[in-house]
Design a protein around this ligand. Sequence first.
Ligand code: IMP
Ligand code: MG
Length: 176
Amino acid sequence: MQPSKTPMLTRETIAQRVGELAETIARDYADKDLLLLFVLKGAMVFGSDLMRLLPGRVAVDFVRARSYTGPNSSGRVRLLYTPTAPLADRHVLLVEDILDTGRTARFLEEHLRGYQLASLRLVTLLDKPARREVELTADYVGFTIDNQFVVGYGLDYDEAYRELPAIHVLENGKTG
Ligand code: IMP
Ligand code: MG
């Protein structure tokens, strides 16, 4: 398995869309202090591009959950790391790389509801609605994509390819 030679989403396309998302988010939170909660590890690249385009006061913290081992989700979700920032009365925006079955984001949303947040929304760079197993819609979506496994821009296949600047479909090398 290897990344497609031609990116599915080029770095320019991604940058343009992240800029649009940042504009919308900045408008929606114009009078509020925002806490971005990056869902590690996949959202680190998207999240750090997004945060640098948001004007005003933005705090960052991290959560880590795991539901994934290779191209097929196991369905289980475990929390590996929880935020250290106080969450009560904060406007929290959960930052995801991709919504697949939706189980990870759903689990995190439910977990975070226990903290008396001022508000909770979800932004995801990529959305694969065809794969959804639980009901979940993101408040902000970068790109809706087909049911393909993608890597790059933070997204991995067994921890490889996160460093690629663009997003590529993972292909069987022999047929390419
Ligand atoms: P979900 O819980 O099934 O929605 O899975 C979400 C997580 O699975 C994401 O945060 C990714 O880490 C991983 N994932 C799902 N689809 C892909 C993909 O196409 N490429 C890389 N990682 C993926
Ligand atoms: Mg992953």
